[in-house]
Design a protein around this ligand. Sequence first.
Ligand SMILES: *[C@@H]1O[C@H](CO)[C@@H](O)[C@H](O)[C@H]1NC(C)=O
Ligand SMILES: *[C@@H]1O[C@H](CO)[C@@H](O)[C@H](O)[C@H]1NC(C)=O
Ligand SMILES: *[C@@H]1O[C@H](CO)[C@@H](O)[C@H](O)[C@H]1NC(C)=O
Ligand SMILES: *[C@@H]1O[C@H](CO)[C@@H](O)[C@H](O)[C@H]1NC(C)=O
Ligand SMILES: *[C@@H]1O[C@H](CO)[C@@H](O)[C@H](O)[C@H]1NC(C)=O
Ligand SMILES: *[C@@H]1O[C@H](CO)[C@@H](O)[C@H](O)[C@H]1NC(C)=O
Ligand SMILES: *[C@@H]1O[C@H](CO)[C@@H](O)[C@H](O)[C@H]1NC(C)=O
Ligand SMILES: *[C@@H]1O[C@H](CO)[C@@H](O)[C@H](O)[C@H]1NC(C)=O
Ligand SMILES: *[C@@H]1O[C@H](CO)[C@@H](O)[C@H](O)[C@H]1NC(C)=O
Ligand SMILES: *[C@@H]1O[C@H](CO)[C@@H](O)[C@H](O)[C@H]1NC(C)=O
Length: 369
Amino acid sequence: MRVSLIFTFCVVYCSPSLLLEVESVKTTSFVHPGGIHPQEQLDFVKEKVAQKEQPYFNAYLQLLNKTAQAFTHPTHAVANFSIPGYYVNASMHINRSWPLQADSFDAYACALAYHISGGQPIFANHSLRFLNAWAYLNVAYSDSDGPLVMTYAGTGMVIAGELLYNYNGWNSTDRTKFFHWVTNVYSKASNQIKTNANNWGDWGRLGSILSAHLFDNSSQLQTVVNLIKGDLFHKIAPDGHMPEETRREANGIWYTYFSLAPMTAACWVNYQTTKENLFNVSQGNASIKLALDYLYYYNMHPDQWPWYKNPNKGSPSSWPGNLLEAMGSLYNDSRYIDYVQSARPIIYPTHHFAWTFPTLMRIQLNDYF
Ligand SMILES: *[C@@H]1O[C@H](CO)[C@@H](O)[C@H](O)[C@H]1NC(C)=O
Ligand SMILES: *[C@@H]1O[C@H](CO)[C@@H](O)[C@H](O)[C@H]1NC(C)=O
Ligand SMILES: *[C@@H]1O[C@H](CO)[C@@H](O)[C@H](O)[C@H]1NC(C)=O
Ligand SMILES: *[C@@H]1O[C@H](CO)[C@@H](O)[C@H](O)[C@H]1NC(C)=O
Ligand SMILES: *[C@@H]1O[C@H](CO)[C@@H](O)[C@H](O)[C@H]1NC(C)=O
Ligand SMILES: *[C@@H]1O[C@H](CO)[C@@H](O)[C@H](O)[C@H]1NC(C)=O
Ligand SMILES: *[C@@H]1O[C@H](CO)[C@@H](O)[C@H](O)[C@H]1NC(C)=O
Ligand SMILES: *[C@@H]1O[C@H](CO)[C@@H](O)[C@H](O)[C@H]1NC(C)=O
Ligand SMILES: *[C@@H]1O[C@H](CO)[C@@H](O)[C@H](O)[C@H]1NC(C)=O
Ligand SMILES: *[C@@H]1O[C@H](CO)[C@@H](O)[C@H](O)[C@H]1NC(C)=O
């Protein structure tokens, strides 16, 4: 609206060159850092930590423990990230996924500590060590799980890049190289899987919206939002179960978590960027909250899971604790909070990156200040 007012004003009064300049204002530019960790959230947490307020303070000490380890870690980039299907060769799948998972975790932890510490460059520099390693060496992903693992493990790299967006110790050569990696490898993988029906699609959408935010690409962001809205009530049935995931036999509860974690994270990025709230969109009784309630209930009562006998369940300190920690504060649901309280502070172990530091990085829909 402001732009169109200026535009109208200019049509009447301005010189053609000024009009051109005003026109260019129309291209959206998102706020950086933003997306999954908006500046307000970073400022809020920084203040809580400075005041030694819990649970933030202990969560920060735990983060510092992770960064102290990261400082000693070598980088593990590979040229061709080749991941066989988990059900084809589990040990090879795990072994080859690990280099990106480990480096992403370290890059993300250090980039976050850079902000919460009040901008100490040592953290940013260590984060860049991991980003540079992949940006300069990795050119491809391959094999049947390559695009999926690149997408869910690489999220940590993209979040780190977003957090370091304004860091003046990141020179333009390295920055450009990293942006090329996001375009040519990371985004390619996430865009490739974002229309899949099951959790692959949710990870693709999270990867795609994070990249869209990094590159100020509002049309790509809108594409993701349309995908989320387009099949939300295919993914979430009227009773809250997720048919694409509940059929995964012994791992139906895990896959339900593995779909909701990136879905909610993508909705959070969208909310922070556009203020559009998908967390309470509903159709009949079905909503994201109903699916979370379903996950919460059956993770507590796996013996009642209607889809498989004795399914695997998670725990407060791992999955779905990380997701319920984030969603407990977002929806202000005391049951979720009670579930995770004794496990705080929660850091999700190195595997995928949606709700990785949920105790430290409080999630809420209303303003932080
Ligand atoms: C981090 O915490 C672990 C487990 O409590 C401990 O064994 C390790 O020494 C700590 N590492 C650092 C660098 O503080
Ligand atoms: C990566 O490896 C796959 C086979 O696993 C191969 O088809 C592909 O060409 C390789 N890509 C590059 C860029 O080396
Ligand atoms: C799986 O990969 C490992 C190497 O990581 C290899 O030793 C093993 O033979 C493979 N298993 C199958 C079933 O192909
Ligand atoms: C992966 O396999 C290689 C070769 O066998 C081995 O050196 C390495 O320690 C393994 N990595 C992990 C994380 O298991
Ligand atoms: C961080 O990196 C910048 C740019 O290379 C350098 O100027 C600065 O001295 C480094 N600082 C620390 C604490 O590593
Ligand atoms: C950018 O930083 C890298 C270290 O990551 C360094 O090797 C390179 O020389 C720097 N380039 C410029 C143009 O300053
Ligand atoms: C935005 O993303 C779309 C879809 O990925 C792509 O086609 C387009 O070139 C991007 N626009 C810009 C300005 O990068
Ligand atoms: C969803 O949230 C928005 C913003 O907080 C609010 O305006 C809207 O009324 C809510 N819708 C429902 C169905 O609760
Ligand atoms: C919605 O929930 C109410 C209350 O639990 C229930 O009575 C009703 O049958 C549900 N509707 C559908 C379509 O599942
Ligand atoms: C959250 O819910 C509790 C009850 O469980 C209520 O006392 C509190 O006021 C709520 N907080 C907000 C911010 O709505």
